[in-house]
Design a protein around this ligand. Structure first.
Ligand SMILES: NC(=O)c1ccc[n+]([C@@H]2O[C@H](COP(=O)([O-])OP(=O)(O)OC[C@H]3O[C@@H](n4cnc5c(N)ncnc54)[C@H](O)[C@@H]3O)[C@@H](O)[C@H]2O)c1
Length: 399
């Protein structure tokens, strides 16, 4: 049984508690920290937490804290991780790991040096649909991955610190792009080096210093491309979609806004619908078990199983650091309007990969471009001459 201390009694802290408690789980939240006593007390009451603290270090050092779950604003992640290092407590940190790769690398190396377990709470890499998709990719169902796109857009975050560039460390790219980038890395291969990034980012709607909308491309050493689309200005709820294209197939995943559950209400009993839903009247797209659809319970199971088995979880601090490095390059590219290299002073994956050849032999003289059955049943074979490069076609008549 894991004894869990949650730092932060806000939005994600409560989601985490809901995922950890009340599911006949053998794990329990034993300590909660919040700056304000009223928040800590409410949280303790709502989730039956026996101890609460209003000092962060007291919560971490508490005898009933075995795992520390960091659910604090981005600017407090490093401070909280370093306190876990000091008190030798296993630590699980929400996304993004750092505001920059420099912060994230310091956290990663400090935990490794201290020999403490560290897990990166990237929930969207644990949703049921995502895990099944990644397994299909790993089994070769869609061949070599060429392009992995992930989109997270919603009408903007729910707390003031997100909108303060100093505290948050960035805008939609850091807040939402961190999910999208790690999703694409999982599909393309976490050991494949991200080489360079091109990003457009702008502040189109909100009166803030950070970007509220961005699109980025991440080039990988094996020729694959990752794409992220993020926005804090999207209207209509929270849109979480992934698209993966391989040489042998395609995957489309819609994780939130269309899960197959649609409902119309006149507003007779207006209530909470789903995260970031903008209306509770008219046609609704609710999410059955929100915590589960977002991957939280599976994510915690993986973390605690890995700890007990002495292995690494699927998502580690090192992954969080690679994601931060890609984001740093994206911010630089948005300023310079150029492809910017991903700076990874610590890289533990493969090196020296190259794009596989596009040439597939049809016969001794030709490369195959494509084959297609036409509406009249004929088969067309489009070829390229190996010597002259001339393009030709063979038309095989139906029957
Ligand atoms: N899907 C996800 O994984 C997901 C979703 C939402 C948020 N998050 C992450 O969780 C973290 C917290 O976000 P949130 O949405 O819960 O924010 P929030 O503002 O709702 O909650 C943050 C908590 O930290 C407390 N806090 C704020 N400033 C503090 C300070 N100076 N010292 C101590 N405590 C302080 C707040 O009172 C609150 O209890 C962020 O890093 C965010 O990126 C992750």
């Amino acid at each position: 049984m894991a004894k869990i201390c949650i730092l932060g009694g806000g939005f994600i802290g409560r989601f985490y508690a809901e995922s950890l408690c009340g599911r006949r789980s053998k794990d329990s939240v034993t300590v909660v920290y919040s700056r304000k006593e009223a928040t800590a007390l409410r949280f303790a009451k709502d989730y039956n937490v026996p101890h609460y603290c209003t000092e962060m270090e007291d919560a971490i050092a508490h005898a009933e804290s075995e795992f520390v779950v960091i659910a604090l604003p981005n600017y407090l992640h490093e401070e909280a991780v370093m306190l876990c290092v000091k008190h030798k407590k296993a630590v699980l940190c929400t996304k993004p790991l750092g505001r920059t790769a420099e912060e994230a690398l310091r956290m990663t190396l400090a935990c490794e040096k201290a020999g403490i377990f560290a897990g990166y709470l990237e929930d969207l890499c644990y949703t049921p649909k995502f895990l099944k998709s990644v397994k299909s990719v790993e089994d070769g169902a869609i061949g070599r991955i060429l392009w992995a796109k992930s989109r997270e857009t919603h009408p903007g975050p729910h707390a003031e610190w997100f909108w303060d560039i100093e505290k948050a460390g960035g805008g939609a790219v850091l807040d939402l792009g961190c999910h999208c980038i790690e999703i694409a890395r999982n599909f393309i291969g976490k050991d494949v080096l991200p080489v360079e990034v091109m990003c457009w980012a702008d502040t189109q709607v909100k009166p803030i210093d950070a970007e509220d909308h961005a699109i980025g491309l991440v080039k990988y050493e094996n020729g694959a491309i990752g794409q992220f689309e993020v926005s804090w200005t999207f209207r209509g709820g929270m849109d979480l979609r992934d698209e993966v294209m391989g040489t042998e197939g395609t995957i489309w995943v819609n994780s939130f806004l269309r899960t197959g559950f649609e409902m119309f209400t006149s507003g007779n009993s207006a209530n909470y619908v789903a995260e970031k839903a903008e209306t509770n009247v008219g046609w609704q797209f609710p999410v059955g078990d929100e915590a589960h659809e977002l991957g939280y319970p599976t994510m915690f199971n993986d973390m605690f199983d890995a700890y007990e088995n002495g292995t690494q979880p699927r998502e580690t601090f090192y992954d969080g650091y690679v994601v931060n490095a890609i984001i740093d390059a994206a911010y630089k590219s948005a300023r310079t309007k150029l492809w910017e290299p991903v700076q990874l002073p610590e890289w533990r994956g493969k090196r020296g990969l190259s794009k596989p050849s596009v040439y597939q032999s049809y016969d001794e003289k030709h490369w195959l471009i494509k084959e297609e059955i036409l509406p009249n049943g004929d088969k067309k074979i489009i070829l390229k001459d190996k010597e002259s490069g001339a393009i030709s076609e063979i038309n095989q008549l139906a029957g």
